[in-house]
Design a binder for this molecule. Structure first.
Ligand code: BQF
Length: 291
């Protein structure tokens, strides 16, 4: 078993970006600028946004943070988004998900200028991705592709089974793994909550990508020897021994599955750090496209 180390790789990527920013500065150019909108004060969302801002500081990007009350109306939020769409100082921005229940997530995503949509969630960008045109890829699928590429994990001709069909992870992942390129050229099965006998598919898989959110769901007897296992699950589970009172649990029964897998991502320290690094890559792409 070999570990797909997202911490190590994300550090390398951040270092590459940092060097690019230094060279822009030397050329007298402005630096890339990322914005983040947070609605409400959910603890996990707060942490995610804080970390995105920290990452910007680390690589030398400018960043802007807008924290809005969870009582804000959808119209008010969309008005803020339009302000940021028209702000030529801002290369790209994200609206941290999930949003409060009274706000229609789809309407909000649709309001973002596709050229500033560094999360790659706008339907225009999803469509471009599906058509294999250059665009912002959603950060988690992008991070997984980057990881497979940098570790030279073979994907062509392999059977990839994706568990979960969310707009942000599972579905885009299924599209990217089947694209004509490297990584890609996989034969993809997209499984979901209505799939009958899921293990029938996972046992046949050369690559399993699980984005379910059920701790330790994927057991050793559900995979074949030498399979590549990518764990996108990050559920907070109580842990009184940790200072935070919780720990992160993946979808994979890591201790047992790792004995059978050829490559495996840990949780924490696998896909999550790659997700963070890819937001920076997308911001760099926005900077280069909009300049
Ligand atoms: C790690 C996210 C669900 C809903 C909204 C590192 C992250 C997570 C885990 C992280 C996520 C998940 C993010 C680890 C960003 C990934 O070491 O395992 C980093 O920061 N993520 C988000 O912004 O919104 C979410 C998951």
């Amino acid at each position: 078993m070999q570990i797909l180390d997202g911490i190590k790789l994300s550090k390398e990527i951040k270092q590459e970006i940092k060097l690019k920013v230094e060279s822009y500065k030397e050329q007298g150019k402005r630096v890339p600028h990322l914005g983040a909108i947070l609605v409400g004060n959910d603890g996990a969302s707060r942490t995610y946004v804080d970390n995105k801002i920290k990452d910007c500081n680390y690589v030398g990007f400018e960043s802007s943070e807008l924290i809005l009350e969870d009582t804000i109306t959808q119209e008010e939020l969309i008005a803020k988004i339009q302000e940021w769409n028209n702000d030529s100082n801002l290369d790209g921005f994200i609206v941290q998900l999930p949003l409060p229940k009274h706000i229609d997530q789809e309407a909000v995503i649709n309001a973002i200028d596709p050229n500033k949509d560094v999360d790659g969630f706008h339907p225009m960008n999803f469509g471009k991705m599906a058509l294999e045109m250059e665009t912002f890829l959603p950060a988690t699928p992008y991070g997984i592709m980057e990881m497979l590429e940098r570790y030279k994990v073979p994907t062509a001709g392999k059977h990839t089974v994706v568990i979960g069909r969310s707009r942000i992870v599972g579905r885009p992942m299924s599209i990217l793994m089947s694209k004509n390129g490297n990584p890609g050229n996989s034969t993809v099965t997209l499984t979901h909550s209505k799939t009958e006998d899921l293990a029938k598919y996972t046992k046949e898989a050369d690559i399993v990508i699980t984005a379910l959110g059920v701790p330790e769901f994927l057991k050793a007897d559900m995979i074949k020897d030498g399979a590549v296992i990518v764990d996108v699950g990050i559920t907070r589970v109580d842990d009184p021994t940790s200072p935070k009172g919780y720990k992160l649990a993946g979808d994979v029964d890591f201790e047992n599955v790792k004995e059978k897998a050829s490559w495996i991502t840990p949780v924490p320290g696998g896909v999550g750090p790659m997700t963070r690094a890819m937001l920076l890559k997308n911001t760099l792409l926005a900077y280069n496209k909009n300049n």
